[in-house]
Ligand binder design. Structure first.
Ligand code: ZN
Ligand code: ZN
Length: 138
């Protein structure tokens, strides 16, 4: 059972076959798919799904705050369903694989007052970079 789908149902989201497939494709841990990857996987499950529906549904999920957009490589936006579980990202500089990670500290709380420059700071994103075991071996 999809956690994302359950959340959406709980919010009264109108679930059609096409929208359900998009939500199912996005369900899970360490999921960071580009729109094209979502389309590809959704099409594998429901061949008649349209590109427009996939893109519109993604936009809607982001607006609802159930899916967050992640950009780690300065290129394609990726869609992350774990909007309600605060986490940071570990990115391989070789193959680009992305892992959800949970630092021991809170990056938002860890910024000293002296370096807030009077900002009302509301969010922090940390990207850890390195080589995954496969790339390190390569
Ligand atoms: Zn790698
Ligand atoms: Zn993530």
């Amino acid at each position: 059972m999809s956690d994302l789908l359950e959340r959406l149902r709980g919010r009264g989201w109108r679930v059609t076959a096409q929208r359900r497939v998009v939500a199912e494709v996005l369900d899970g841990d360490h999921i960071h798919l580009t729109a094209d990857e979502v389309l590809e996987r959704a099409t594998a499950r429901l061949p008649e799904i349209s590109r427009a529906t996939v893109y519109n549904t993604l936009g809607e999920l982001v607006t609802l705050g159930e899916v967050v957009e992640v950009t780690t490589d300065g290129r394609a936006k990726r869609y992350d369903p774990n909007a309600h579980r605060p986490h940071q990202h570990l990115v391989c500089s070789g193959c680009g694989i992305i892992r959800d990670v949970h630092p021991a500290g809170d990056p938002l709380a860890d910024l000293p007052d002296a370096e807030r420059f009077g900002f009302d700071v509301s969010a922090a994103e940390v990207t850890y970079r390195g080589l995954c075991p496969d790339c390190a071996r390569g």
